[in-house]
Ligand binder design. Structure first.
Ligand code: NAD
Ligand code: UD1
Length: 341
């Protein structure tokens, strides 16, 4: 069975491609490499002992995309390709809507043209916004995301629902990720942020390896266990396996049409201070930090209700916090300059 993976050279995409190959799916990656390196896929091929078809292209390029659907008999699309920096999305919102929303619409149009109906979308916990109480459940209404990036995820989920309403063949799954961290246990693939990392774990790892001076902890006065924000961190390999579970779910539900949403998280909230402590234990390094003001747009705490994914996808995030830290550290140590090293 051939799966088209847009954005498959990126962080979550590359780990998912590995899981797909390990589960005997054939993979075609379509990526414009705007935030990734082809080296990630070279390494995935080595780990899996299998080859990947790679096409460099933009999801907004419908002509090129259409050529891919002509060349391969694609059974399903897993759609990771997107811009994902929350702060940047506030500065250049039009690029985010163009890339994330218009790009997704282009992809769906080309899928429709080629009668490919199975679609798995990378959404985010950010769609619940600040209006909803934790834990977040799939039945909750969308909240107001705090950034154009978050809004782009809500918009694509809406596009999927409207498209499904108009087209009874469409079979969409939207996976709402909580906070993916960690790296493959081999230490050969992982997250390779360009420039100064925006997200917590890559920043902590770069402090540990001496690339950054100290961590800024954004606020210690939240109404949480220790005053810092709490998030639901999950191992990227568990997340990767969540995509395989979603594909299996689509395969097993041949009569399904419409859109189904699943939260992918652990169900536990962990504070920033607890992350720093866990990373120090795993790496045997001290992480110097200072407490700085709250970051605009951050919510105090959120985590997933994972019952639906556990019961219906038969999926669970099994890897421990310690393993997430150990694997992040191994990747950082072995690849201080990411895929450049
Ligand atoms: P990433 O930046 O590592 O991967 C995205 C990939 O998409 C990159 O390889 C990039 O080159 C490619 N890409 C971007 N725009 C493209 C375009 N127009 N055409 C073709 N390729 C394009 O990001 P990631 O962390 O792997 O995230 C994957 C998906 O998961 C994204 O949709 C992201 O919004 C979503 N997500 C990520 C997180 C997270 O914490 N990492 C959380 C929730 C949701
Ligand atoms: C954010 C986005 C989410 C997006 C994800 C990946 C929101 C509300 N969430 O998640 O949609 O999918 O990024 O791009 O916009 N922190 C520090 N110091 C740092 C970095 C982070 O203290 O240097 C703290 C943050 O305040 C937060 C926690 O660490 O409490 C996690 O931050 P981060 O890794 O950026 O993820 P989110 O903000 O949860």
């Amino acid at each position: 069975m051939q799966i088209l993976v847009t954005g498959g050279a990126g962080y979550i995409g590359s780990h998912t491609v590995l899981s797909l190959l390990e589960n005997n799916y054939d993979v075609i990656v379509y990526d414009n490499l705007v935030n990734s390196s082809i080296e990630s896929l070279v390494r995935v091929e080595k780990l899996a002992g299998k080859s990947i078809e790679f096409i460099e292209g933009d999801i907004c390029d419908k002509g090129k995309l259409s050529g891919v659907f002509k060349q391969f008999k694609i059974n399903a699309v897993i759609h990771f390709a997107a811009l994902k920096a929350v702060g940047e999305s506030v500065k250049i919102p039009l690029s985010y809507y163009q890339n994330n929303v218009h790009g997704s619409v282009c992809l769906l149009e080309v899928m429709q043209e080629h009668k490919v109906h199975n679609f798995i979308f990378s959404s985010s916990a950010t769609v619940y916004g600040e209006e909803n109480d934790v834990p977040y459940v799939e039945t909750m209404k969308f909240g107001t995301p705090s950034s154009p990036y978050g809004a782009s995820k809500v918009m694509v989920e809406r596009v999927m629902s409207d498209f499904a309403f108009s087209n009874e063949d469409f079979r969409g799954v939207t996976l709402r990720y909580f906070n993916p961290i960690g790296a493959h246990e081999s230490g050969t693939i992982g997250e390779d942020p360009k420039g100064i990392p925006n997200n917590l774990l890559p920043y902590v790892a770069q402090v540990a390896v001496g690339k950054r001076h100290e961590l800024s902890i954004f606020g210690d006065d939240y109404p949480t266990v220790d005053g810092s924000c709490e998030r639901d961190y999950l191992h990227v390999m568990d997340l990767a396996q969540g995509h395989v579970a979603a594909l299996n779910w689509l395969n097993c539900h041949s009569k399904f049409s419409g859109v189904e949403a699943f939260n992918l998280g652990t169900g536990n909230g962990i504070s920033v201070f607890a992350i720093v402590k866990a990373f120090e234990q795993a790496s045997n390094k001290i992480i110097p930090f200072e407490v700085s003001p709250r970051r605009v747009g951050d919510l105090p705490a959120f985590w997933a209700n994972t019952s639906k994914a556990n019961d219906e996808l038969n999926w669970q995030a099994n890897r421990s916090l310690d393993q997430m830290m150990v694997d992040t550290w191994r990747w950082q140590l072995n690849n201080p300059n990411g895929y450049q090293s």
